[in-house]
Design a protein. Structure first.
Length: 123
């Protein structure tokens, strides 16, 4: 039996600002943006190459904006990913080198935190 994680809610205060950040600065794909009614707007965004998406919007989650912590994506090249973030106006950390990988950290405009991990070659 397969269990596939496909959608993670990210709580935000301003949906349009967050959508712009994730699409225009980070590079996520805008899968769809659907206003169901005045209380429910569903915006699905997917990191390039990922099988899992995030959802932002209104009426999506009862988590407070900025409380989603430690979301992690794997990247092929931490230095290139860091450059991409910095070149697009995103405050990104220095590269954190650990035995289990190289990491770059950033936050969205609401303070939800992300890390990018370059996994070391397996021996």
């Amino acid at each position: 039996m397969e269990w596939k994680l496909e959608l993670v809610p990210v709580p935000v205060t301003d949906v349009d600002r967050a959508k712009s950040f994730y699409v225009n600065q980070i590079g996520f794909t805008d899968d769809h943006d659907y206003q169901v009614n005045e209380e429910l707007r569903f915006v699905q965004l997917t990191p390039p190459g990922s099988a899992c998406s995030i959802v932002i919007g209104t009426g999506i989650t009862d988590m407070k904006p900025g409380t989603q912590r430690g979301l992690q994506m794997v990247v092929e090249d931490a230095a290139a990913a860091q450059r991409h973030l910095l070149d697009n106006g995103v405050e990104a950390s220095d590269i954190d080198v650990q035995p289990w990988g190289m990491f770059v950290y950033f936050s969205d405009p609401d303070g939800n935190t992300w890390s990018l991990q370059q996994i070391p070659p397996r021996t």
